[in-house]
Design a protein around this ligand. Sequence first.
Ligand SMILES: O=C(O)CCC(=O)C(=O)O
Length: 393
Amino acid sequence: MPLTTRPSGASENELSMRSHADGLTDYSVQGEARLHTLDIRGPVRYGPDGRLHSDILEVYAKHGCYIFEGLVAPDEIASLQQDIATLLDRAPSGRGEPLDAKGRPAFGTEFAVPVYHFIKPLSDPWGGTSILNGRHPTKMAQPQPQKGSPAQVVHLMSGMCQTMSSGLELYGHPDLLAIAAAINGDDFVPYNDAIFVKLPYLGGSVSWHQDGVTHWDASYWDEGIHGFNFQVQLYPCTSRNCLWVIPASHRSGKLDIKSLVHENGGSEQLPGAVPLICQPGDVTVVNRQMLHASFANTSPDQRVSLTFGFHRRSSVLGQSGSLSQAASEVYDEQRILERSAVIAVAIDARSKRYPEEKAYCYRPFTGLENDYRFTEENIATVIKDYNLKDLSI
Ligand SMILES: O=C(O)CCC(=O)C(=O)O
């Protein structure tokens, strides 16, 4: 039995970091070999019609994921890395603490949605709980952190379009938005965003799950109905710290994850999975219906993944709040417009930072560009606390 699975009768405290890391070795080798047999990576390419190349769309439709190599340029990645370093430096010293580790007022206390989400090092905060609609039914092994590790570490940061200028500019990236349009239609709408932080020897796990929660039982269900997530990678992602996916699982409907783990001898090392190994600047696209997970980071390498998703408009319109939102929130035209306006403002913010680049033309805001410029007023009305209006399905 792989060592990342807790031996029966053993308390989780008995799993050392070393055993956890060793237990992933064979699985990593096999997963990497499997990854190389799949043709799921390459630079972004467009067809003669100027839209994302149909070859890429076919691969994405078949496997549910794609790795766009080097899509975000090195200078932009450097800005993002710098802004992330600042955010981490200014984080509260722990959950709910007013000061950062250097005794300064912590960053981001003015935002309605807390910026920082803390966990115990190497833990799995959602597995086996009812959090996020209970979509993580099994718990990952939680190795013991090294002596002297902090009691809490940052696991997630929310609100990248208001916490860092490079985050808002990235949200308006023309290639990313063209990919969103190719997959979800020109009238695509946003979902949410989260920055996953996997610090070396400390980062927690995210147990196996599928993201969508609303449309599984609908008669009109299809493999793209819950949209997709981008992950923009700021550092090299290895099989030890990266996101793992089970290719083609987005086409299987809602999976019984508890049974899959049970049938796998209780091991969370599910068969058939591949690690999404990336370089800085690579961007993964993962269908939200894919079975995916990441293990506790018992490696020396950090991963920071800027994660943000998009939906088909038709999937969202008329739906009610889900995941962490109140069910009474209805995603009507007005709500969709208010949240989508972040894209329009981001495009303008980006064009000020990268004036040589051809700006993306976001169809729902064609003709409204002058109302959604990157101005003080729009920062206050469109951007501030935009993530209260996420469209989570
Ligand atoms: O990046 C990770 O480790 C987890 C990402 C994830 O589960 C998600 O985007 O739904």
